[in-house]
Write a protein that binds this ligand. Sequence first.
Ligand code: SF4
Ligand code: SF4
Ligand code: SF4
Ligand code: FES
Length: 983
Amino acid sequence: MLKVTIDGSIYDASNSERLIEVINRVGAKVPQVCFHPQLGPIQTCDTCMVETNGKLVRACATRVAADMEVFTKSARADAAQRLAFDRILGNHLLYCTVCDNNNGNCTVHNTTRQLAVEHQQIPYKPKPYPVDNTNPFYRYDPDQCILCGRCVEACQNLQVNETLSINWEDPHPRVQWDGGSTIGESSCVSCGHCVSVCPCNALMEKSMIGYAGYFTAVPKPVLNGMIDVVKAIEPEVGYRAIMKISEDEEAMREHRIRRTKTVCTYCGVGCSFDVWTKDRHILKVEPLEGPTNGVSTCVKGKFGWDFVNSPDRLTTPLIRENGKFRAASWDEALDLVARKFAEIKAQYGPDALAFVSSSKCTNEESYLMQKLSRAVIGTNNMDNCSRYCQAPATMGLFRTVGYGADSGSIHDIERAGLVLIIGSNTAESHPVLATRVKRAHKLRGQKLIVSDLRENEMARRADLFLHPKPGTDVVWLCAAARYILDEGLADTVFMNQWVNGLEEYQKSLAPFTLDFAARTTGLSEETIKKVAHMVAEANGVCVLWAMGVTQHSMGSDASTAISNLLLITGNYMKTGSGAYPLRGHNNVQGASDHGAMPNFLPGYQSVDDPEVRARFEAGWGVPLPKNKGLDNHEMIEAIYKGQLKAMYVFGEEMSLVDSNANYVGEGLCQLEFLVMQDIFFTATCRFADVVLPASPSLEKEGTFTSTERRIQRLYEVFEPLEGSRADWKIIRDIANRLGANWNYDHPSDIYREIAALTPMFAGVTYERLEGFRSLQWPVAADGSDQPLLYTKKFAFPDGKARLFPLHPVEPTDQPNAEFDLHLNNGRLLEHFHEGNMTYRVPGIRGKTPDTFVEVSPELAEERGIQSGTWVQLMSRYGQVRVRALVTDRVRGKELYMPMNSVESPVNRLTSSHTDTVTHTPAYKEASVQLLVLPEALGENPLPRTNSRWGHPTPQRGVEVERKWKRADYTVPGGNGLVQIRRN
Ligand code: SF4
Ligand code: SF4
Ligand code: SF4
Ligand code: FES
């Protein structure tokens, strides 16, 4: 700690602090237009000038030093601050009263007020560029741009999309996209970082424009007239009077604009933000202080919410009658569901019913669904879509370290010396998490290895990109592990203290020689050795993996191999290390955590453990079934066997996202009674007998658990659309019709019950999760949580981890002469899963209108395929017709198809083979034949406005040194200033 004197008062400071942080902490008032705590010093605005040791310094770029004496309001500092801000006003017209950004958080407005600016000295000068409206979600107005560079810094070094720059050498600098493209045709991925950090109205969400203010919807000519009036009277009345009017208008807005915190409904990263609304219109999503994301979002979280107000929303229950659906009242539909469930249970027994919970819905809703299944119906036939993706990762971790979850936080991933990504298109599937890796790699020299079939964005950025043959991850992982052990590179101290089972494990590695691995995987021995050395020698390794690993017939083994590798190299129990299976859906972690599984009650408490059952039986007041129930995969088989008669599925598009979709669809047809509950009439609803209209996340309260075990609250942004209901209320009402007598009035009532019955969540309360507060499980009764999962021990009775022996396994459904191409599949950045929500966002649909199949340039040449060629893909299980996209992201005879399609879902092609341990479908093991269709060449499936066509312009950040070199730049306050380079 140091002592720093600021304006005559002495304060404590730590030597890692920036002067601006100390100034802000102690409440001294210094303007700071370009500084943003999450971006660090940018040094473009010069408004934070303060005087220390007789010199002017930028407070944002200066580290505190012992006995520093700082004057924030000395004559020189004050003059420099004012001159710097005057220059800013030369770039920005103050028309606050008619500006949609006049909401109390405009930095330019607030600094004008803070400095009590009456008149500006440097006249405002527009820039010779038009407004750029070419992005569907936001626009750039150069005339309002103060060239602070926050947007550039965010795009270059936080999002690391590297689209933005400022042409400092130009007579009229401006923000540029790809060095001079329109936004619409640039590499911009519409993540919104730049818009979220812009301190004024130069970058604005289009959904704000004309909606936020009282006078901002007026036609442009009238608006311009009003602005002219303001300009004309300013010299006479001064800004203070003008600002007073705008502040009154701003105060009026407070009454009609609501800001409600929510958690993103898309992927498992768990971004949280405020949603600004006016009635049912979403003005904007404002990420600010989410514990995971701060100001970060991706396109879906920032702009992907139009589906909530889509006219396609279901608003009345539907009942099938004579093969057709008819509208029904809620009472009629719920009575029918309860009656049929009771009848089927009475006739065939409880195990003739099965329940599928939604990984998109809340923890409380999954809890109620499994309680309905177990306590009301009496069956453990209960699952969620983690069966489709994450169950093998969970199994790999159960086997080795005890908990089936990320072993640390996203902060740990940022801090790792090496990140190893396997079978995960992280930049598209977990975009905000990927930004943290890209940032650490770019700015901090973090090493990155990517193993994937496709050369995705992370692969292109990697220090080492591995392209093993499909389905061979176990082999190269085990070969690397064997090499590490053989060469004495393992962390023996860690293993001696914390790891059991080395001998057996090492014996199992015997077949995994480098030679065998090279022949099997197609990777060279040198490459595998290099990976082994990088892992063994790194200062902390985090392994990130996803469906490229898990959706294989040996998905559990590959996940186990990852955890084994981490154990032998001592990469658990410390920050910057560990295993990170990246959870796909926003609440797939939470759905499993809260008991939506056939073998576990909430908190992974086994259904066959008498002590556990006794506790729940006492809590719920009913006897509970003892045997493991059916998982999703077994449910379909049980329908075909005539054992399963009824299903209740909510928020789950089973008929498209389960593998071998034709088979699943035909199975669902055979059910005696199917209840579907969703926000849209989905493809799976076609098979239903009753469809119940539910509410999306913005219309309810509850909690989600993200990939890093982070439990967060969401609040009700809108009331449920008339006719729809929150899922927890629907489940409750069905249970009560079956005699359950549940009295939950609010999701917090449900969580109190969960916490009482589940040691892992003992200390979780809604109060502890208020606002943006969060908890990472396990949470002790006193509320203390565990960002790093293993600190004192592993989750086994003796506290030690277990190395798990493995054996080579061949993938299923391999290519042969007839089905000669390997088909891979996965997500696209813009869409979520099949696209039921994201296709209802016009801006997203415009940029990615349809699915396609990626074809390598080699294969395209061999078969005469161009981008836009219609092809038919045929597998042993079905066929689809799609357009080709020729790209070097894929190689040779490997194809890739994004999963976002209702019309041509990739799962018509995938098989019913599964991971042998967890029954997760082997989606990534599919072979197809490709037929070029004799149809006219279609449009390129990726429109020119898709970001993948862009040409990013990577640079170190805003590169303010180039501004300082301009002939017309002088340091405000004179020569005393020491230019401090970025750090
Ligand atoms: S990628 Fe686009 S939206 Fe995201 S920060 Fe860069 S310019 Fe802005
Ligand atoms: S557009 Fe960028 S440079 Fe211009 S004011 Fe906004 S954040 Fe600053
Ligand atoms: S990264 Fe995931 S959680 Fe974050 S905004 Fe995007 S979809 Fe939502
Ligand atoms: S806040 Fe802009 S230069 Fe310091």
